[in-house]
Design a protein around this ligand. Structure first.
Ligand code: RIB
Length: 324
């Protein structure tokens, strides 16, 4: 099994299903409501574990029922929790999510105990980081802790993956220690300081981001797929056409699947298709972690869905001029 360490956030997701996301000042009735485990870090940890990796998570929850729920879900998915601390001062991180018909969402996050996941928590995990094949981090914990985790991983020659969400300015030192940067379209626009209106723009953004440090960059484009720039070349991978229900955690699933596939020595273009399939499956189901596919789910999906097959569920919407 591939050992992976995820350093990051754990949130309880309070999800409201609505016909359309309320605009400012508007009140709408929700059709449904769910309380479920989420948080970008926890999502990526669970998604990688479901795909067969041996995952350990570093983070913090509050000493409250939501914290217990997060830990028990980690145990149920065989994620090692010995480096998840229970904070007696702060509440478990909480996300308020609205999901509208078609799967689009909005998310507001209260950081809670995630904000107390300090560099000292990361230092305490030095031993497991040193034995990992890959380290995954995002930006829902203090940036100093992200920097420390990436620094330690690099010291131990562990492959580092940064999902810059929610996006903020990143130091050249952090970026130079990242082996694989995986922003979404909005995050890539912010970091590369350019607009992305086509797959060609996305490749241009990936090139710019590479010049800032990371050797490999994948820009995810939601329903439009993903682009890659790195030593293997430049690749555009279309996504699978699926019946979208809830996009919450789809990007987390994509990132986890890409990591597992690459650590499994899959070549980059196949790993991107594998990740698009995993993200697509997650989008076709309600919720975050409860929607994440197993390795068997993804293999079955790829077996029955061949890119370009009209009768299947896959489309390429790339056009000759590089627009979507
Ligand atoms: O990426 C999706 C996640 O973002 C949700 O689970 C929510 O908790 C927020 O962290």
């Amino acid at each position: 099994m591939i050992p992976i360490v995820v350093v990051g956030s754990l949130n309880v997701d309070l999800t409201f299903s609505v016909n359309s996301i309320p605009s400012r000042g508007e009140t709408v009735s929700a059709k449904d409501f769910h309380v479920s485990p989420g948080g970008k870090g926890a999502n990526q940890a669970i998604a990688a574990a479901r795909l067969g990796a041996d995952v350990s998570m570093v983070g913090r929850v509050g000493a409250d029922p939501y914290g217990d729920m997060m830990l028990s879900n980690m145990h149920g998915n065989k994620v090692d929790t010995s480096h998840i601390f229970t904070d007696t001062m702060l509440k478990t991180g909480t996300a308020m999510i609205t999901v509208e018909k078609g799967g689009t969402n909005t998310i507001a996050v209260y950081q809670g105990a995630n904000g107390a996941c300090l560099p000292s928590d990361v230092d305490a995990a030095d031993d497991i980081i040193s034995k990992a094949s890959a380290l995954i981090v995002q930006l829902e914990i203090p940036i100093e802790s992200v920097e420390r985790a990436v620094h330690l991983a690099k010291k131990h020659s562990v492959f580092t993956i940064l999902n810059p969400a929610p996006v903020c300015e990143l130091t050249p030192e952090l970026l130079s220690n990242v082996d694989l940067l995986v922003p979404n379209e909005t995050e890539a626009e912010y970091l590369a300081k350019m607009r992305i209106e086509s797959s060609r723009d996305a490749v241009e953004a990936a090139r710019k981001l590479r010049s800032m440090g990371p050797e490999r960059v994948v820009v995810t484009l939601g329903a439009k797929g993903a682009v890659f720039a790195g030593p293997e070349g430049e690749i555009y991978t279309p996504s699978y056409l699926i019946d979208a229900v809830d996009s919450t955690g789809a990007g987390d699933t994509f990132l986890a699947a890409l990591t597992v596939a690459l650590m499994d020595q899959m070549e980059m273009s196949s790993a991107l298709s594998y990740a698009c399939a995993a993200g697509g499956i997650a989008t076709s189901r309600m919720g975050a972690q409860s929607a994440f596919p197993t390795r068997e789910d993804v293999e079955g999906f790829l077996y029955t869905n061949t890119p370009g097959r009209i009768s299947g569920t896959v489309v390429s919407n790339r056009t000759a001029d590089g627009s979507f």
